[in-house]
Design a protein around this ligand. Structure first.
Ligand SMILES: NC(=O)c1ccc[n+]([C@@H]2O[C@H](COP(=O)([O-])OP(=O)(O)OC[C@H]3O[C@@H](n4cnc5c(N)ncnc54)[C@H](O)[C@@H]3O)[C@@H](O)[C@H]2O)c1
Length: 285
């Protein structure tokens, strides 16, 4: 792949997890507009059906599958579906994600298991289930891991979420180096948005009953996140558009919100100076 030319995605296949809502739904729409075939996955089957209807695509170009990304077998099944229906994935969006909040010493084992199961293992399973076939095929292919500005900053009361998103950034950076060393035309981007109006503040709606023992003090932070997302400066559609442009341009870091960059610089300056960390509540997520 020549880095100087934009990648024409027409006729290629996008696999999108968390496609029933928010960024995932908007990614489906921008990928449709790019002429791609779609494999849409989520635990929310009703939401998936709504996304499919919004795309207006016939079964020959789009398919949905229930998939819990925290389950290795589910993600393997998704990869098999993409292979059988469309010959495999050209762009994989590891987008599904959930949020838990509250002081880290009150985070429950279930908070950690749920958030790391979806946000971290979901990405790990996506990489394991899809990347080998991308490398074997030898054609241009791409992975987009959806992290967060909270993967670059460390805001208080978002410790579990932030730790999971830092892990997504780390997975993505390691994957970038490993793919570069493979010599194959396969790459990765990591998306790190700030607050955007989606369903993320109501992530508990998909929380499994077996893991429903949440941090008893998360409500105030969740309410603050809900307010911040509703006041977000970019829409989910704009973030999706910006993400697809980054894929076309083969850009690694995707930071759609300008304010995140100085906040990251401030964090790194404190680290380099040996100072205490800056309170990221003063910065965007
Ligand atoms: N909205 C924001 O402000 C914001 C900012 C930074 C990063 N993000 C990240 O963006 C990604 C998408 O979230 P969103 O903001 O669109 O929220 P959203 O709640 O609208 O969408 C998340 C989707 O993930 C699905 N999901 C939850 N658990 C799942 C599982 N186990 N398996 C498969 N799907 C599952 C949900 O059903 C939902 O459709 C997440 O990774 C989130 O952490 C969001």
């Amino acid at each position: 792949m020549n880095n100087a030319t934009a990648w024409n995605l027409g006729g290629r296949t996008a696999v999108i997890t968390g496609a029933a809502s928010g960024f995932g739904r908007e990614l489906a729409l921008v990928c449709r507009d790019a002429g791609m075939q779609l494999v849409l996955a989520d635990v929310d089957e009703a939401g998936l059906a709504q996304t499919l209807a919004l795309t207006g695509l016939a079964p020959a170009r789009a398919v949905t599958q229930r998939c819990d990304v925290s389950r290795a077998d589910d993600v393997d099944r998704l990869a098999r579906l993409a292979q059988q229906r469309f010959g495999g994935a050209h762009v994989l969006f590891n987008n599904a994600g959930v949020l838990a909040a509250g002081p880290i010493w009150k985070a429950t084992p279930q908070d950690w298991n749920w958030v790391f199961g979806v946000n971290v293992m979901g990405v790990a399973h996506g990489v394991r289930s899809f990347v080998p076939a991308m490398l074997d095929r030898g054609e241009p292919a791409w992975v987009v891991n959806v992290a967060s500005a909270a993967g670059l900053l460390c805001p208080p009361d978002l410790g579990v979420y932030s730790a999971s998103k830092h892990a997504v950034v780390a997975i993505s950076e390691c994957l970038h180096h490993e793919l570069a060393a493979s010599g194959k035309p396969v790459g990765v981007s990591v998306l790190c948005p700030s607050f955007v109006d989606t369903g993320i503040a109501d992530a508990d709606r998909q929380r499994p009953a077996s893991l429903d023992d949440a941090n008893p003090e998360q409500a105030a932070t969740i309410a603050r996140i809900r307010k911040a997302t509703r006041g977000g400066t970019l829409s989910a559609a704009q973030v999706a558009q910006c993400t697809l442009e980054a894929v076309r341009a083969r850009r690694f870091y995707v930071l759609p919100h300008d304010k995140v960059v100085p906040a990251v610089a401030q964090r790194l300056a404190a680290l380099i100076a040996g100072d205490a960390p800056v309170d990221a509540r003063a910065s965007p997520r």
